[in-house]
Design a protein around this ligand. Structure first.
Ligand SMILES: [Zn+2]
Length: 298
């Protein structure tokens, strides 16, 4: 496992102490210098994940925060490189109380942000939760799959942002998909800034997004790619892991198909927003246009 030896060498020379937080930072820093277009690097990373699955999860052994973070950062960087997004920075931070996001992508400095509380969750991921190996392994793998899904969901937001930036060069030639995404992004921003001014009294400016979060085109698309890319990775690292997540226990294949279907029939997706008398649901596409048409002229 060359990558792991290299990470250790890098940390041993760069880190001032043996503190785990320092080594985790060093490891993430080093992983971001790697290029996973290189097949050997990919293989080595996948082998490391296979090793943790076989020698720790399947044997009901505890893993360290460093191991958890190395796996997470390897998967993130591998996916970014595969998509040609090698400039995006990967960050791990402590989630502040009251923040319920799973992770987030920040367009202004092209960075992904993950929370230590998730990535290194002691009870759901690092430690086995029961003596029954099978049960414990299943639930840890389920939690791990969720983390991989979150990585892929957030990375899709980076892909969307890049597509919009690329397309903005030729405004007459925007794809319908990116037109929907742009309009919804603009509508969301307008409601946040002018919601209380131009819509019914007392309108909560965050409500449009909160109540319809899962019905925004870009969220459904991020989910769809999230499930799909997670399955694509799992099938390469472990058939057992893949079968578990794909089928009966976690239904990632069904969830993927469900999102795909929603996108294909997006004109039927409805949004709620308290801007008409009975808070009737309105077609999402129409609603975004309506908000833009109401606020922009003013
Ligand atoms: Zn999202």
């Amino acid at each position: 496992m060359d990558i792991i030896e290299d990470i250790q060498k890098y940390c041993a020379s760069k880190c001032k102490s043996n503190k785990s937080e320092e080594w985790e930072k060093g490891a993430v820093e080093y992983i971001q210098t790697l290029d996973f277009k290189n097949i050997d690097a990919r293989k080595s990373a996948e082998e490391y994940i296979q090793y943790i699955l076989a020698d720790y999860f399947a044997l009901n052994k505890e893993i360290t925060t460093l191991q958890a973070k190395v796996m997470h950062a390897l998967i993130t960087k591998m996916t970014l490189d595969k998509l040609g997004l090698n400039n995006i920075k990967i960050n791990y931070e402590n989630r502040k109380e009251g923040n319920y996001a799973e992770a987030y992508y920040r367009p202004n400095d092209d960075s992904l942000h993950f929370f230590n509380q998730n990535v290194c969750n002691p009870d759901l991921f690092l430690k086995p939760y029961s003596d029954k190996v099978d049960l414990s392994e299943k639930s840890r793998l389920g939690f791990f799959a969720k983390q991989i899904f979150v990585i892929n969901h957030e990375i899709q937001h980076a892909v969307q942002w890049k597509m919009l930036k690329d397309e903005s060069i030729d405004k007459n030639n925007i794809s319908s998909e990116n037109l929907i995404i742009s309009k919804q992004g603009i509508a969301r921003t307008l409601v946040r800034q002018y919601g209380t001014k131009y819509f019914k009294n007392g309108l909560d400016p965050e409500r449009l997004y909160k109540e319809n979060h899962d019905k925004f085109y870009y969220e459904i698309e991020a989910d769809m790619f999230g499930f799909d890319r997670t399955l694509q990775l799992l099938v390469r690292v472990s058939q057992k892991f893949y079968n578990l997540v794909k089928g009966a226990n976690y239904n990632y294949l069904e969830k993927f198909n469900n999102r795909k279907n929603q996108l294909e029939n997006y004109s039927f997706v409805m949004w709620k927003h308290d801007t008409n008398p009975n808070n009737m649901e309105v077609s999402a596409n129409h609603k975004a246009s309506l908000i833009i048409d109401t606020v922009l002229p003013n």
